[in-house]
Ligand binder design. Structure first.
Ligand code: NAP
Length: 297
C-alpha cells in the first residue's frame, strides 16, 4: 500500500517507517523541516513537505495515498486545548481527502476510553467528551469520518517507551530532575498502561493491513503499571528521593502534569490482540527506565 504518514519523523513515526517499508509498503512521510526530510529519505521513505497548520499540505499528502496513518501532534502542553482542536481539523481534512475504499488510522490515548472505577478500559468503551478531556476531539472527528464511509481505525496509545522516551513519563523525569525529587500523587497506586515502541509500530502496521470497516485498538502491552513504581524507577535513575504529593499540592508541584498524574487508566488489549494477532514482545517500561542513561538530557 502507498501510505501517507504524518508525524513520520517523531518517536513513534521513526519506528513505524521501517516497520512499513520492510514488508513492502510505500511510505510518503510528512516532514516540516530539512532535517526531518533528510531523515525520512535516509529511512527509504518518499518525503512530503507539510505542516499540521497548513491543511492544504495535509490534503495533498492524503490524496496521493491509499491509506493514512496520522501521528503528528504539537506537544506544547501550554496550548493543549488549542492543539487538540488543531488535531480535530487535521483528522477532518484527512478524512475528507480520502475516498470510501481508503483507510485512515488515527491516534488517540487509552485515557480517552470512558473508565469505570476498578475496571480496565476496553476498546468498546466509548470515548469521553472533548468537553471533559480535550484530546478526545480526534476520536470525535474520526467517528464523523467513519460515518461518511471511510474505513477508520482508532489506535489508543498507552505510555509508549524505549530507553530514550516514555510518553508522559519523559516529562515526569524532566520535572524530577528540576525539582530534585521524584513524585507521585497520594499513594501512587493509580495505574498507567504501557507498551514498547517497536510493538506499537507493529500494531499500526497490522491495523493498516487488517482493519475492515471500522475499529478501535488498544496498543497495550502492560495493562497498568502503578505510578509509584514508575516514580521509584525514576528516583533510582536520577538518584533523587521519591516523595508522595498530596492532592491539594498537586497543581503547585506538577504544573500542567497535575492534570494527568492522578489518572487511573488501566486498559485491556484482549480484543485488539485477538483481532490483529498482535503479541507484544518488547521490554516492559520499568526495565526500560532501569536501563536508561540518566546522564543524557
Ligand atoms: N509517545 C507516547 O507515549 C504517546 C502516548 C499517547 C499518545 N501519543 C500520540 O502519538 C502520536 C505520536 O507521538 P510521538 O511520541 O511519536 O510524538 P513526537 O515524538 O513528539 O512526534 C511528534 C510528530 O509530530 C510532528 N509535528 C509536530 N508539530 C508539527 C507541525 N506543526 N506540523 C507537522 N508535523 C508536526 C513532529 O515533527 P518534527 O519531527 O518536525 O518535530 C513529529 O514527527 C501523537 O499524536 C501523540 O500525542 C503518544
Amino acid at each position: 500500500m502507498r501510505v501517507f504518514v504524518t508525524g513520520a519523523t517523531g518517536f513513534i513515526g521513526s519506528a513505524l517507517v521501517p516497520e512499513l517499508i520492510g514488508p513492502g509498503h510505500h511510505v510518503l512521510g510528512m516532514a516540516r523541516s530539512d532535517a526531518g526530510a533528510k531523515a525520512l529519505a535516509a529511512a527509504g521513505a518518499q518525503v512530503h513537505r507539510g505542516d499540521i497548520y497548513d491543511l492544504e499540505s495535509i490534503r495533498a499528502g492524503a490524496t496521493k495515498a491509499d491509506a493514512v496513518i496520522h501521528l503528528a501532534f504539537n506537544h506544547d502542553f501550554s496550548k493543549f486545548v488549542e492543539n487538540c482542536e488543531t488535531d480535530r481539523r487535521v483528522v477532518e481534512t484527512l478524512g475528507s481527502a480520502l475516498g470510501k475504499d481508503k483507510i485512515l488510522v488515527i491516534t488517540s490515548g487509552t485515557g480517552m476510553g470512558t473508565s469505570t472505577p476498578g475496571h480496565l478500559i476496553t476498546e468498546n468503551d466509548p470515548p469521553v467528551s472533548s468537553q471533559v478531556i480535550p484530546r478526545a476531539a480526534s476520536e470525535e472527528e474520526a467517528a464523523k469520518v467513519a460515518a461518511r464511509g471511510v474505513r477508520v481505525a482508532v489506535v489508543r496509545l498507552p505510555q509508549v517507551h524505549d530507553t530514550r522516551k516514555q510518553g508522559l513519563v519523559t516529562y515526569a523525569i524532566q520535572m524530577a530532575r528540576e525539582k530534585g525529587v521524584s513524585a507521585y500523587l497520594g499513594d501512587g497506586g493509580n495505574r498507567w498502561p504501557a507498551a514498547h515502541v517497536t510493538d506499537v509500530a507493529r500494531l499500526y502496521r497490522l491495523a493498516l493491513e487488517k482493519t475492515g470497516a471500522r475499529a478501535t485498538y488498544h496498543a497495550v502491552a502492560e495493562e497498568g503499571v502503578p505510578v509509584r513504581d514508575i516514580a521509584e524507577a525514576i528516583g533510582r535513575g536520577l538518584k533523587v528521593p521519591v516523595v508522595s504529593i498530596k492532592p491539594e499540592e498537586a497543581a503547585g508541584h506538577f504544573g500542567w502534569l497535575a492534570h494527568f498524574v492522578g489518572w487511573d487508566i488501566g486498559a485491556s488489549s484482549t480484543q485488539t490482540r485477538a483481532q490483529l494477532g498482535w503479541n507484544p514482545t518488547g521490554p516492559d517500561i520499568l526495565t526500560d527506565l532501569n536501563n536508561m542513561n540518566y546522564s543524557q538530557r
